[in-house]
Design a protein around this ligand. Sequence first.
Ligand SMILES: [Zn+2]
Length: 239
Amino acid sequence: MTELLYQTDAYLQEFEAMVTAVIEESRAVTLDKSAFYPGGGGQPCDVGSLLVNGVVYQVDKVKKQGDDVLHFLGGDVPLPSPGSASRGTLDWVRRYKLMRTHTALHVLCGTVFRDYGALVTGGDMEPLKGRMDFEFETMRGELVREIEAAVNKEVAQARDVRVKILPREEAFQIPDLIRTKINLLPEGIQQVRTVEIVGLDLQADGGTHVRNTSEVGTIRVADYKSKGAINKRIYIEVA
Ligand SMILES: [Zn+2]
């Protein structure tokens, strides 16, 4: 089982961990703890490097498998042995861009729900770019500019972003979480991680976010598209 350090500290860029298992065929190792985000909820996985016994391995990809996080190592240097001490380092430039982008998408989602009552049906992101699908019947250029102004106003409010890990029963009492389809969480999950943009948005979410919306930057609505009668897609860029 890998302890997920990014869940409680999104700003951790380097960490010490022990190699717990090695999978030769896929050049993957598991660690007892990790700050690498394994991907999920629209946020791509982190990349970076792992230093073991003086060898620097590139971490090309990270993936969750059950309770473990697999770190796929590049190159062809022999893999470390289980029990080795290691030092992981994230590609922080990329990760921080993803944190800003992820928080920007939550600002968008919270603002669109508050102003138009439209629910999110999906989303995806890459560093400084993202898209989100809403249950929206009509979308036009005018509305898009209105949304863009409203999200930037929220960013400028410098709202704190708070992460909590709650027992399942407690999380299920929160009306805001019910609207974001928390009830779809598998029954086995006993704890729910929540991300709150204070005064704007609250969701069950596993991703990494900035501490305050002031770190997001400027959000531009780059495009919008109809994805069916009641589905509209909004593309954003963060600068
Ligand atoms: Zn999210």
